[in-house]
Design a protein around this ligand. Structure first.
Ligand SMILES: [Zn+2]
Length: 147
């Protein structure tokens, strides 16, 4: 079962909420960030979006996906550094006891709306902070990942 389908569904629900709050006529573009450790296949998510957007306020919206790299914090020396998804090792001391600080999440970064243009919508409420949307736990790092 593709979990990209459920992720896409949650994404579309969130986008619809933002569009509704802002009184938008339609959604022009949706931009999301996918961390390298989020376990989400951008191609599958794009395919799911192309099908599932039908009939929603995002029916003609483009989906833009930006990949974000992994950053880790070393539990031994405290250094924060970039890391390869399959090699979560401190670049400073070589320690493998690290904590992932970026790269596990899928975030809705931006939603571009086409507004209805009604005068009473001139003062728009702010878009709710989308950070942490669809946050999910990726695989745990540890000694097993260092081989
Ligand atoms: Zn270190």
């Amino acid at each position: 079962m593709m979990h990209e389908l459920s992720i896409c569904q949650a994404l579309l629900i969130r986008v619809a909420e933002i569009a509704a709050v802002n009184g938008a006529a339609a959604v022009e573009r949706v931009t999301i960030e996918i961390g390298a450790l989020a376990g989400v296949d951008p191609a599958l998510l794009t395919a799911a979006f192309a099908v599932m957007r039908a009939g929603s306020c995002a029916a003609t919206a483009a989906l833009r996906i930006e990949s974000t790299g992994v950053r880790i914090e070393c539990l031994a020396c405290g250094t924060e550094s970039p890391a390869a998804p399959n090699r979560l090792i401190c670049t400073q001391c070589g320690g493998y006891r690290t904590r992932v600080v970026a790269g596990e999440d899928l975030r809705l970064r931006d939603v571009e709306l086409r507004l209805a243009g009604l005068p009473e919508l001139a003062q728009l409420p702010p878009v709710p902070e989308p950070s942490g949307l669809l946050r999910r736990r990726a695989r745990a790092s540890g000694p097993g990942a260092t081989a």
